[in-house]
Design a protein around this ligand. Structure first.
Ligand code: NAD
Ligand code: ZN
Length: 493
C-alpha cells in the first residue's frame, strides 16, 4: 500500500510567563493571611473527586527534591489556590519557593522580586506534525521512551528494547508524584538532559511526560495513540497535572514538542468508548471551523467505529487546532474558543469523579460531547445561532454516537434523576468555580457560544466568551435532557 504523508509545520512564539500581570499579589505583605489556609482544601472546590490523589503535605519534601524545586514550593501552590489567585495576577516575592511556584501555577504567572522587573523570556520554535499511513519508526537510539501500559500490552512488538518506562496512569495519578517518577527514571538512565524523550500514549501520558520534560528541559517527541491525543492534546504545548483538591491540569507549563508522529493505526486497539471520546473533540474542531462536510464525514466514521475512515479526516482536524494555537499560543485571546463545550463538561466531569469511580466515571471526551450539546442550546438562545443550524449540529453530534444517553449519564453521575434540583445546584457550584471565572463573581459564568458554524460570538472585539448569569443553566437544562433522551448511543458502549 502506498504511504501517504501530511506534514504540518507549526511555528510557535511564546512569552514566558504567558500573560502580563493585570494586578500584583505581594506574598510578603499577605503572609499572615495564608496561615488559615495552610491546611489545604478550599471548601468550594472540595468534591472534585481528586481529593487525596496528590498534594499531600507530608510528601512535599521528597517530591520537591525529585522535581528540583525549593522547599515549600508545593505549600505556596496550595496557598495560591486557596487564595483563588488567577492567571492574570502577578506574584511579588523574594522567596525562591514562591518564584518557582509562579512558574508552574496555572502554566505560569508573572513573578518578580520586590523592586525589580518581571523576569520574562520570549521563546520561539518550530516543529513538524507528521501524519502518516505508516507506523512511525520507534527505534530507540539515544531515546528515553515513556510508554502507556495499555499500548505496551496491545502492541508488545513496539515496546522499545532501550531505556523505556512503561506507565499506566489515570486522572488520580495525573500528579506531580508521577512527574517526579518520570524524572527519576530518566535520571537513572542518564537521560534527564540534552537527550530526546519520546512519549507513546494518550493525552494523559503526553501531558504528564511533557511537563516532566519541561521541568528538566529535555526535548520531547509525541507518538499519540488515542484519537483525542492525535486531534487535540498533542498540539498546542499545554502540559500539566491535576492538583488535589483544586482540580484538573492546574499545575504545568506551556512546552512544545520537537516533533509529533500521528499514525491512526493505533486506533485499531483503542476501546470504542475512547474513540468516541476523541470524536467529540474532533467534532468540536469541525464546528468551530465551520466545515460541516468534515463534521458529517466524521460523524459517519465515528458511528461505524471505522478508524480507517477517520484517517483521511485527521489532517483537517489537526490543522484547525494548529491554526488557532499558532495565533495565540499562551491563551491570551482566541485560543479560548477551543473551550467550546468545556464549561459544562468540566462541571460534569467533576460531579462524576466525586460520585462514582473506575469505569463508571464520565471521561473527558464524553463530558465534552454533552457540553457541546449544552453550548449549542445556549448558543441558540443567547448567541444568535439559527434554529436550522442548531438542529443540524445537534443531529451530527447525535449521529456520531459521541453523546452519551440519558440513562448512561445517570449512571456516570451516580444519580437516579437528572432533573433533581441537587444535581443542578452541584453543577452550578462547579461551573461558578471554573478556571475561566476567577474574576470572583460566582453568579455569572463565561461561555463560548456559536453565532453560526465557524463563527464564535464575540461580545466585543477580542472577547471570545459571553458572560451569562448562572441561572441560565436551570433554563436550558430541561431542553438538554430532552436532546440526550433521543441520543441513539447504545447503553453498553
Ligand atoms: N494538552 C492538551 O492540550 C490536552 C487537550 C485535551 C485533553 N488533554 C488531556 O488528555 C487526557 C485525556 O487523554 P486521552 O483521552 O487520550 O486519555 P488517556 O491517555 O487516558 O487514554 C485513554 C485510555 O486508552 C488507553 N490507550 C491509549 N492508547 C491506546 C491504544 N492505542 N490501544 C488501547 N488502549 C490505549 C490508555 O491506557 C487509557 O486507558 C486528559 O487528562 C486531558 O486533560 C490535554
Ligand atoms: Zn477537551
Amino acid at each position: 500500500m502506498a504511504v501517504t504523508e501530511h506534514l504540518l509545520s507549526v511555528d510557535w512564539q511564546l512569552r514566558q510567563p504567558p500573560l502580563l500581570a493585570r494586578a500584583w499579589h505581594s506574598w510578603e505583605d499577605s503572609a499572615a493571611a495564608h496561615v488559615g489556609y495552610a491546611a489545604g482544601a478550599s471548601p468550594a472546590l472540595a468534591g472534585s473527586g481528586l481529593e487525596g490523589s496528590s498534594s499531600d503535605p507530608e510528601a512535599d519534601p521528597e517530591v520537591e527534591a525529585r522535581l528540583g524545586w525549593p522547599d515549600g514550593t508545593l505549600e505556596v501552590l496550595r496557598q495560591a489556590f486557596a487564595l483563588r489567585l488567577g492567571r492574570a495576577s502577578g506574584w511579588e516575592s523574594s522567596s525562591d519557593s514562591v518564584l518557582a511556584a509562579a512558574g508552574v501555577f496555572r502554566r505560569g504567572v508573572a513573578a518578580r522580586r520586590p523592586n525589580s522587573e518581571v523576569a520574562s523570556v520570549n521563546e520561539h520554535g518550530n516543529y513538524q506534525i507528521q501524519i502518516s499511513s505508516q507506523q512511525p519508526d520507534l527505534t530507540p537510539i539515544g531515546v528515553f521512551t515513556i510508554m502507556d501500559g495499555n499500548v505496551a500490552r496491545h502492541w508488545p512488538a513496539c515496546v522499545p528494547s532501550g531505556q523505556t518506562l512503561v506507565l499506566t496512569l489515570d486522572e488520580h495519578s495525573k500528579t506531580l508524584e508521577s512527574v517526579a517518577l518520570i524524572i527519576s527514571a530518566a535520571k537513572a538512565g542518564g537521560f534527564s538532559k540534552a537527550k530526546l524523550w519520546r512519549v507513546i500514549g494518550g493525552g494523559l501520558l503526553t501531558d504528564v511526560a511533557a511537563f516532566a520534560a519541561a521541568v528538566v528541559g529535555a526535548q520531547i517527541e509525541f507518538v499519540p495513540t488515542t484519537l483525542l491525543a492525535m486531534a487535540d492534546a498533542c498540539v498546542g504545548g499545554k502540559t500539566g497535572v491535576n492538583f488535589a483538591p483544586y482540580g484538573k491540569n492546574q499545575i504545568g507549563r506551556f512546552y512544545f514538542p520537537s516533533a509529533v508522529h500521528v499514525w491512526a493505526g493505533w486506533l485499531a486497539t483503542l476501546p470504542p468508548r475512547e474513540i468516541l471520546a476523541g470524536g467529540a473533540e474532533c467534532l468540536k474542531h469541525a464546528f468551530l471551523s465551520g466545515d460541516l462536510v468534515l463534521a458529517r464525514n466524521l460523524a459517519q466514521a465515528l458511528a461505524r467505529q471505522d478508524w480507517q475512515a477517520l484517517t483521511p479526516l485527521l489532517p483537517a482536524i489537526i490543522r484547525f487546532k494548529v491554526e488557532v494555537v499558532q495565533e495565540d499560543p499562551g491563551e491570551s485571546g482566541r485560543r479560548a474558543i477551543l473551550n467550546f463545550g468545556h464549561t459544562l463538561a468540566h462541571a460534569l466531569e467533576s460531579l462524576s469523579q466525586g460520585r462514582v469511580s473506575g469505569e463508571l466515571t464520565l471521561n473527558h471526551g464524553e463530558a465534552v460531547g454533552l457540553g457541546i450539546v449544552f453550548a449549542l442550546l445556549l448558543s441558540r438562545r443567547f448567541g444568535g445561532l439559527a434554529e436550522a443550524d442548531t438542529q443540524e449540529l445537534l443531529n451530527i453530534l447525535r449521529e456520531s454516537g459521541c453523546v452519551v444517553s440519558e440513562e448512561n449519564l445517570r449512571q456516570r453521575l451516580g444519580v437516579a434523576d437528572l432533573a433533581d434540583a441537587t444535581v443542578l445546584s452541584e453543577l452550578k457550584k462547579f461551573i461558578a468555580n471554573d478556571k475561566k471565572n476567577l474574576g470572583g463573581d460566582v453568579t455569572v459564568a463565561d461561555w463560548i457560544l456559536l453565532q453560526a458554524p465557524g463563527q464564535v460570538k464575540c461580545p466585543s472585539p477580542d472577547h471570545w466568551t459571553v458572560p451569562l448569569p448562572l441561572n441560565v443553566v436551570d433554563l436550558v437544562w430541561p431542553e438538554f435532557l430532552r436532546v440526550i433522551c433521543t441520543s441513539p448511543r447504545l447503553e453498553n458502549d
